[in-house]
Design a protein. Structure first.
Length: 82
């Protein structure tokens, strides 16, 4: 039997936390989109999605697109937008 002597207990570095902070708007937008998709699935069992459900999904998709474009933008361009 092999004994594990090295467990990964390292905390995230400052660079890791900065990367998460930079990508957080995209992560939040993707979570909103997932929530809208779950609402559509749930609505299928309860009379079908409403026009408002579809609009919520389209708006969430648009937020993901905008957030992805901002995360992909070079840091200098990101500062100019703020």
């Amino acid at each position: 039997m092999e004994v594990i002597t090295h467990l990964p207990t390292a905390e995230p570095t400052a660079a890791d936390l900065a990367a998460i902070d930079t990508e957080w708007p995209l992560i939040a937008a993707e979570l909103d989109k997932l929530d809208a998709e779950i609402t559509l699935i749930y609505a299928e069992d309860h009379g079908g999605p409403s026009p408002l459900d579809w609009r919520r999904l389209r708006r969430a998709e648009a937020r993901v697109t905008r957030a992805a474009a901002e995360v992909a933008a070079p840091p200098i361009a990101r500062r100019a937008v703020v």
